[in-house]
Design a protein around this ligand. Sequence first.
Ligand code: 3H9
Length: 741
Amino acid sequence: MARYARVKGSIALITLTNPPVNALSAAVRRGIVESVSRALKDEQVKAVVFCGENEKFCGGADIKEFSGSMSGPPLVPMIHSIEAGEKPMVAAIEGVALGGGLELALGCHYRVANTKARLGLPEVTLGLLPAAGGTQRLPRLIGIPAALELITTGRHVSAQEALQLGIVDQVAQGSAVQAAMELALSVIGVCVCMLCVYVVCVCIYCVCVTGQPLNPRRLSLRAPVWAPDVDGVCDAALAQVKQRSRGAMAPVACVQAVRAAAMLPYSKGMERERQLMDTLFRSGQARAMQYAFFAQRNAGKWSLPNGSQWNNTRARDVQRAGVIGLGTMGRGIAVSLVKAGISVVAIEMDAKQLESGKKAVTAMLQRDAQRRGVSPPLHLLTFTLSFHQLRDVDLVIEAVFEDMNLKKRVFSDLCKVLRANALICTNTSGLNVDELAAVTDRQPLVVGMHFFAPAHVMKLLEVVYGSRSSPEAVATAMALGKRMEKVCVAVGNCSGFVGNRMLKLYLDQSVYMLEEGATPEQVDQALEEFGFAMGIFKVSDLSGLDVGWRVRKASGLIGPDVDPVKPSRWRLGRRYCPLPDMLCQQGRFGQKTGRGWYLYDSPGSKEAKSDPEIQTFLEDYRRKYGIIPRRITSQEVIERCAFALANEGFRILEDRIAASPEDIDVIYLFGYGWPRHRGGPMFYAGQVGLSVVLEKLEHYHRVHPDVPSLEPSRLLRRLVAEGSPPIQQWKSHIKNLRSHL
Ligand code: 3H9
């Protein structure tokens, strides 16, 4: 778990060996403690170099250990003994030095990284803070403002940026281990250029620094980093993190710990760091965020009901792809493909749309390239009106208007030109993938690739398998999504798939609450206080209210038989809220028209303001239908929205549309702005308590019997009856449920 070797006569090389990321498990910590003690005792050893196996320094503390009882030597004294060691300690950073890994490096007296290394303290993304001295040593090394930024965001920095910030002493072009050993030799007075006499202080030939005392390199010995503006800087950081991550405790604790580094001596600062960590560590938020970390990774390990899965199915190589339609979605998809190094044939139906699509895609790629200081890969793009240009592509992603007949036409046209083994993917947000596949000559090669707008920014990709989709097609779409840096989740085929199927019920609850007495502002405020970046009505204004209106018209919910003056609140056998349709009839489509649930200064502007007209409109509406408004609390908003989501999630699990509750949570975390510190709707239901969720749903269903979706699902009832097992065990209960059907 930590390999010890003596190299170059006088250097102890300690290699962390815990693949894949050399996390600091109990065994690794034990190995380090033993190796350091051996190196300090060995008189031949004059310096110590730490590195990680497989060119990865260290991914930090072993997160898997957090859920069990901790054993083995603790990290803080281990790092302290490295720093206090009387022989120079050098960290050779390759790959990653994250969290406890960087803290270990900060305990060393010198740090060398290679050019590809990434460094950071991402604990905040796990609901924690860097509690192995990171909040006290990093500010002493790089100052309060830079340390605050890194610790509160968890951002990874490149080796070059780390050098500029002063986190590392050197960036090596080749092996960091080799460079670290040379640095170690120079520090102990062995000049590596061999041109000067041995033990010197500064070699005049290579300017290496030799015989340096260690105390100035021990960060814990440095005084607090106080400066006159420290309070202001910390206050500003606090305000910023509160605004950015509403309700999340970890970023606030990170600021408090860094503030301690400015005010208190090291030992007192460490005490503060430990107290804050204790509070975070025990919090539900840390559990939720660590759950999210593993759920995200598990989503890549997809499986289909027929037993095919990620590790027994090969993906096809995709070199060249087609994108049909250059609207908002098609543009983002084309950009993501090109950024992944895939050549793209982009098709539009008429010259004008092709030209505006081409301009938009080119501009997006140019902006991105400029930001990253590279040249835009425009040579990978072909814009054309001709389907014939698609004859040699490996895969096509169709992103035309959300209209079944139009998509069917495109699919059958594609079959006339594509190679027989080319995949056809649809970017539908909820149409039936099987129905689309049925018009093709290659049903096994058809899958859904549901991107989220804007597709070059949003991380989520639902890969939708139909009843005839081949495992190979699913594997190819999943692998392609990963290359496009998406978080991919494989889901089954049903109306709305996972994300939008659940979203519908959440939207329904929100508008029902408007009917009953709430305002869009009240609902949004409750959701934002819960942690959503934006309330549901602001999101609806952003996406455009006309989108849902068109879908409702196509599905027969709105037709000529609907009374235009007093539209029915009962359709297709259940409660229906006509408020969104009525807004659309007034031309209130949201941000794009400058008016929706909120008012905007001009069409396209983003700042939502309360609109008195909406208040009057809602009052008139309630009067018209004889609804007596009542006060709706924030608690009711959260319960009705979150529990309606989870309830549908349970149904989705029963129907095998999602393979696990983790997959559903990943979809909500990456596609729908669910706050990460609440894990996801399914995790949240488990954390609140399944029996509480059941009781609340029963209550709301009793009060609203005309809303069938509020009736608790069978799976939820069964889980409660079986003692509310932890979320990791729900899958086995789904199997039981099916065997009882
Ligand atoms: C900490 O350090 C606390 C201290 O400050 C104080 C304590 C007192 N532990 O992401 P990948 C697994 S908190 C355990 O797919 P990549 C991961 O689950 C820690 N396991 O690869 C996956 O397993 P599997 C602070 C870990 O190349 C496999 O490794 N550190 C850990 O895309 C591959 O992972 C962090 O927050 C871990 N620390 O990305 C860093 N890390 O194959 C967290 C990874 O079974 N890690 N695994 O699914 C990462 O950000 C990425 O994994 C990393 C590699 C960038 C390292």
